[in-house]
Design a protein around this ligand. Structure first.
Ligand code: SAH
Ligand code: SF4
Ligand code: F3S
Length: 439
């Protein structure tokens, strides 16, 4: 194989994978390779995969098949690299099952250029090490990003919820050093970012080992000139410190949005999930968050049909939803994952019961999302303009509460404009630019 010249990176799963995908693209770009939007035309295709539910994992294999077929029809046979959480979980099995050229784990992708060179020389290349030295130091500097950028500050998880693969695919909790994060945030702002979302599997556990808190990092980032908005995700209830809650009251650039997964409303189910918080302790955290920042938009994750979940226990999830009033949320059917304790538990919930529960939960969540959106009509807020809309002159931006808002404006991508929210649909809001008083 001649040295590959073009590449395509496709990321699945969570925002941390999106971030990793950007970094892998920067790495390959640094090697003089060019990104292409069409996977079928690329010399190297990186599939940056997710292992969280069975469907996500199976998708990798169907994608590989499809890619081979379509690229093959064009007379091409791209080098295929499987990265991300499936790479970590299945390693050499992927090479055996799908004959891919490269398998690289989430903690090893700084070695991607070497792996590409190896594969080009015809040697199968596999790296799923979790080295003690961080990959971040080996990555090239950030160059060009959109107005809203991701920045991974924490990786891994020590919580071991009984259903979840993340502690195995991403390893133990590690926090990146304070200075490295501040430097990368400044580089992102220089590269065009006005908003940064701090990422971690348990982002609010950042700095815990060193006796620091995410709030101290947020307060430092707040001082970066040109950085207008800060967000963070995903948080675990047990790491929701009072310092971080207070930051929602004190730090103006910290947006009024909190994604705090609860998973279920029944204490018995929460214990079986090893969530190590109760329904009540979770609700009390939200009370404190709302006291600090009354307009905060709340978001969560839910699993229905965990082994042994009864109708009465599921009803407790529904009534927790009623009690909270989420602005948005994600909900999933439980998927047994190999190697996790829950996969060995009795009491599998039948598929049709799971379907019914998911439908009922999503109906409740949609109702609350619509109510939250409707309640913003009439409010004034600042909008970060992120991209062009479908109609002429239309732009799309995000409200402080992470809602998509469309408006007709001559503002450019990256501008922050003051708007009145004038209408609310199920998935987006309509805004109208505020006329500024003449100076
Ligand atoms: N670290 C984050 C995100 C974990 S993965 C957190 O703890 O909140 C994102 C979501 O996927 C989880 O919050 C959970 O709702 C869901 N999830 C994880 N494992 C799952 C499984 N085996 N089946 C179904 N949903 C799952
Ligand atoms: Fe998975 Fe639980 Fe860790 Fe979240 S906290 S990543 S759900 S083990
Ligand atoms: Fe999926 Fe891995 Fe993220 S399993 S959700 S890509 S941490």
């Amino acid at each position: 194989m001649t040295a590959p010249k073009t590449f395509h990176v496709k990321s699945f799963g969570c925002q941390m994978n999106v971030y990793d995908g950007e970094r892998m693209a920067e790495l390959l770009g640094d090697q003089g390779m060019t990104a292409t939007d069409d996977a079928n035309q690329a010399d190297v295709v990186v599939l940056n995969t997710c292992h969280i539910r069975e469907k996500a994992t199976e998708k990798v294999y169907s994608d590989i098949g499809r890619l081979r077929k379509h690229a093959g029809a064009l007379g091409r046979s791209p080098m295929i690299a499987v990265a991300g959480c499936v790479a970590q979980a299945e390693g050499a099995e992927i090479v055996a099952r799908a004959k891919v050229d490269i398998v690289v784990g989430p903690q090893a992708y700084h070695n991607l250029p070497d792996l590409v060179a190896k594969a080009a020389a015809g040697v199968p290349a596999l790296d799923t090490d979790m080295p003690a030295a961080s990959k971040f130091a080996a990555l090239p500097a950030r160059r060009r990003v959109g107005p809203s950028a991701f920045l991974t500050v924490q990786e891994g998880c020590d919580k071991f919820c009984t259903y979840c693969v993340v502690p195995y695919t991403r390893g133990a909790e590690i926090s990146r050093p304070f200075d490295a994060i501040v430097d990368e945030a400044k580089a992102l702002v220089d590269a065009g970012a006005r908003e940064i979302t701090l990422l971690g599997q348990n982002v609010n556990a950042w700095g815990k080992d060193e006796g620091q808190g995410l709030d101290s990092l947020i307060r430092a980032l707040d001082r970066i000139v040109g950085l207008e908005r800060i967000r963070y995700t995903t948080s675990h209830p047990n790491d929701m410190t009072q310092g971080l809650i207070d930051a929602h009251r004190d730090v103006e650039s910290l947006m009024p949005f909190l994604h705090l997964p609860v998973q279920a409303g029944s204490d018995r189910v929460l214990r079986a999930m090893n969530r190590s918080h109760s329904r009540d302790s979770y609700l009390r955290i939200l009370d404190r968050v709302r006291a600090a920042r009354p307009d905060i938009a709340l978001s969560g994750d839910f699993i229905v049909g965990f082994p042994g979940e009864t109708d009465a226990e599921f009803a407790e999830t529904l009534n927790l939803v009623d009690a909270v009033g989420y602005a948005q949320a994600f909900s999933f059917k439980y998927s047994p994952r190999p190697g996790t304790p829950a996969a060995e538990m009795d009491g599998a919930v039948p598929a049709e019961v799971m379907d019914d529960r998911l439908q009922r939960l999503q109906a409740a969540l949609n109702r609350d999302q619509a109510a939250f959106n409707a309640a913003t009509v009439g409010r004034a807020c600042a909008l970060l303009v992120e991209r062009k809309g479908k109609l002429p002159g239309q732009m799309l931006g995000k409200s402080p509460w992470l809602q998509s808002v469309h408006l007709i404006t001559d503002a450019a991508i990256g501008d922050i404009v003051d708007v009145d929210i004038v209408s609310a649909g199920p998935n987006s809001l309509g805004g109208m630019a505020r006329v500024r008083a003449a100076a």
